[in-house]
Write a protein that binds this ligand. Structure first.
Ligand SMILES: Nc1ncnc2c1ncn2[C@@H]1O[C@H](COP(=O)(O)OP(=O)(O)OP(=O)(O)O)[C@@H](O)[C@H]1O
Length: 358
């Protein structure tokens, strides 16, 4: 990335962070310029109160992370806000306009789009066809207009140009005519993000953008998300990857058992003992890369085994351990433990398989 871009990104981030300077670090805190405001939003599934949000505001022009343990209600809350599910009660507004009862395509037209944990790219359509479908208000959609090509041809051309620009920006232009089904998990995430931008949204909601993404694509995905703020958009994302949250979020909202438990800048939230207890566990201050290294060295496995057997004394110290010798358990090059699971498997493991149908 050129230096100019880096300094401009930094300036945007500084401005976004500065906007939170006087915001109290408490659940439901008022923001200076909220783009999205939700009140008393509740959603029951039988006896389970999956979402029970008293009040939350999302600051315009910022990147806000919504974190919380599995089952905290994050995806359900996303579904409610974007019209994919209906609440038992509550209200919310986007740019001051109530969106309660608004169907998803109208929510997208209003400027609020979302992506899904398991991507919704249509695998039997090509990449460019998927992109074109992302555009709303297409004139040829009505029967009579469809009969009069001169009324929609120029719009078709504009849509294709915009789609091609976005594909180039997301480095998917070489895949333009490939079936979406042939893309890797990470490329599909990029396609979904690019497609969401076809409606020129003001607020982009990303549900676990990192799930199933190959490490090689991680950095590029992070840059794309940061770039959304750079281009003046607001981002709200759900993520379990704490590296991503630390790296790019200006503000973090923590959910647990349907409620907003805590809010604040990433460093404050991630050192909050309640959040650590509820969510982050003992390794909250470590990056995934460090954890991976420990895992590979065997230190984490030994610690976990000792913890399970109750033999705390047997747990190794936090000092780095020497890797096991190749003559021990570890297979030499290319053994099963060396094989990386396919992205799809990782995605399925990390996201569960029941989400998308909802
Ligand atoms: N359609 C549904 N029917 C019944 N229960 C549901 C349904 N959707 C979600 N739930 C339940 O609501 C609770 C919140 O689920 P949700 O998927 O919103 O959590 P989450 O915070 O997104 O979790 P994760 O981080 O695992 O994605 C969970 O207990 C879940 O089992």
């Amino acid at each position: 990335m050129p230096d100019d871009n880096v300094s401009s990104l930094t300036a945007k981030r500084e401005a976004a962070v500065a906007a939170f300077a006087d915001v109290p670090r408490e659940p439901g805190a008022k923001k200076p310029d909220p783009i999205l405001v939700a009140d008393d939003v509740k959603r029951n599934f039988g006896g389970l109160l999956a979402v029970d949000v008293d009040h939350v505001e999302i600051q315009r022009g910022s990147i806000t992370a919504l974190i919380g343990p599995n089952g905290a209600g994050k995806t359900t809350f996303f579904n409610l806000l974007t019209g994919f599910d209906r609440p038992n009660s509550g209200s919310w507004s986007f740019n001051g306009r109530s969106l309660h009862g608004t169907p998803p395509f109208k929510v997208a037209r209003a400027g609020m789009v979302r992506t899904f944990q398991l991507t919704k790219a249509l695998s039997k359509l090509t990449v460019i066809e998927n992109m074109r479908l992302g555009a709303t208000r297409q004139r040829g959609e009505s029967f009579w207009r469809a009969m009069l090509p001169f009324t929609w041809r120029s719009q078709e051309k504009d849509i294709t140009e915009r789609a091609e620009d976005l594909l180039a920006r997301f480095k998917l232009d070489t895949k333009r005519d490939d079936f979406a089904g042939s893309l890797s998990g990470g490329q599909r995430k990029l396609l979904e993000m690019a497609r969401a931008l076809m409606v020129e949204p003001e607020l982009v909601m990303l549900d676990e953008p990192m799930a199933g993404v190959n490490p090689a694509l991680t950095q590029s995905l992070l840059e794309h998300v940061s770039n959304l703020r750079e281009q003046g958009m607001t981002v709200l994302f759900v993520e379990h990857d704490m590296d991503m949250v630390r790296d790019i979020a200006d503000w973090v909202v923590v959910m647990g058992q349907g409620k907003i438990l805590s809010e604040g800048p990433p460093e404050t939230v991630m050192s909050d003992p309640r959040v650590i207890d509820a969510y982050l566990g003992a390794h909250h201050d470590q990056s995934l890369a460090e954890l991976e290294q420990e895992f590979e060295s065997g230190a984490l496995t030994a610690a976990a085994e000792a913890e399970l057997s109750g033999d705390v004394a047997a747990a190794p110290s936090s000092e780095p351990q020497a890797p096991p010798s190749p003559t021990e358990d570890a297979p030499i090059d290319g053994g099963p433990a060396d094989e990386k699971p396919a992205e799809e498997t990782v995605a399925a493991e990390r996201t569960g398989d029941t989400k998308d149908g909802r």
